[in-house]
Design a protein around this ligand. Structure first.
Ligand SMILES: Nc1ncnc2c1ncn2[C@@H]1O[C@H](COP(=O)(O)OP(=O)(O)O)[C@@H](O)[C@H]1O
Ligand SMILES: N[C@@H](CCOP(=O)(O)O)C(=O)O
Length: 293
């Protein structure tokens, strides 16, 4: 038996659509696997009632296939599905690490990235790696078709999760197919600024690099109260604010000591829009960890 804790993640970070991701110190899924002749999946925890236990529909099913590693799998969800916090990816990353150990497959964490990403294709139609990479490797990650680079950045964050669901599959439909050269130049500048900020663990640069004129404005329209929450977080001291993943969670980069005030301001702004929400005072954290084997 192997048990793995796999963290939630925040993908895109505004300027890095389908490329940037960050592991969050909390929340997380806990995945336990035991050898079996046939794969069975049991899901408990937050939002378990919305998650298929059929291996064909669950992200961990694709990981079982890719590793040829049938197992009884228990997923204890700490990351709510359809959150923008890499819920589907956390389970896939946890299962990839656990099954790799259980069957002694010998893959490195980097090699597990495309394997865990197969699970994302099951739910969103695209095997995007920007959630599974940070859940596997920890820190801030940059994933391209050539592979993944990770930086052990230390930046405090607040993620505020409204009590509404946005599926990644639906939110990918609003992504523009083209962009102007001006918008691309602005995005590249912001992405580069954010990456330098991560290398320096500098929340000011990270926040400055979070804005994006192409994808985020379209995604923000799907989140009731987004503009007010964005402005409230900045007024409370956030260095940058954007949609987390495909939403509806909103992520704010923070300086040390400012997270409590920022979390309160974001919750108040959602409440003003009649939306219940919860806030996680979190930070960029470590990747999947083996708890027991
Ligand atoms: N192990 C899993 N954990 C979470 N969601 C899963 C899992 N397997 C399949 N799903 C499905 O994936 C969808 C949520 O994934 P997604 O839309 O990408 O949101 P998130 O941003 O939370 O990952 C839901 O329809 C859910 O039923
Ligand atoms: N790059 C993807 C990231 C989706 O993240 P999730 O946490 O919402 O699953 C996208 O923006 O579609």
């Amino acid at each position: 038996m192997v048990t793995v804790r796999a963290p939630a993640t925040s993908a895109n970070l505004g300027s890095g659509f389908d490329v940037f991701g960050a592991a969050l110190s909390r929340p997380a899924d806990v995945v336990t696997v035991e050898r079996a002749d046939r794969t069975t999946i049991e899901v408990t925890g937050v939002g378990a009632q919305y998650i298929p236990e059929d291996p064909e529909g669950n992200t961990v099913g694709a990981v079982v296939e890719a590793l040829d590693a049938p197992a009884h799998i228990h997923i204890d969800k700490g990351v709510r599905p359809a959150s923008g916090l890499g819920s589907s990816a956390a389970s896939a990353a946890g299962a990839a690490v656990a099954l790799n150990r259980l069957y002694d497959r010998g893959y490195s964490r980097e090699e597990l990235v495309p394997i865990a990403a197969e699970g994302e294709a099951v739910v969103s139609g695209v095997a995007h790696s920007d959630n599974v990479a940070p859940s596997l490797l920890g820190g801030f990650t940059v994933t391209t078709t050539d592979g993944t680079h990770s930086v052990d950045a230390r930046v405090p964050l607040v993620v505020c999760l409204p009590d509404v669901a946005v599926s990644t599959r639906d939110a990918r439909r609003v992504v523009p197919e083209t962009a102007s050269m001006d918008d691309l130049v602005e995005t590249v500048g912001n992405a580069a600024t954010l990456a330098v900020g991560m290398c320096r663990s500098d929340p000011t640069l990270v926040g400055a690099g979070m804005s994006d004129p192409i994808v985020t404005p379209e995604r923000a329209r799907l989140i009731t109260g987004y503009d007010a929450v964005h402005d409230a977080a900045l007024a409370a001291g956030a260095t940058g604010v954007t949609v987390s993943g495909a939403g509806p969670a909103v992520v704010a980069a923070c300086r040390e000591g400012s997270r409590q005030a920022i979390a309160a301001a974001m919750l108040d702004a959602f409440a003003e829009a009649d939306i219940d929400a919860r806030a996680y005072q979190t930070r960029i954290g470590r990747g999947a960890t083996v708890l027991e084997e």
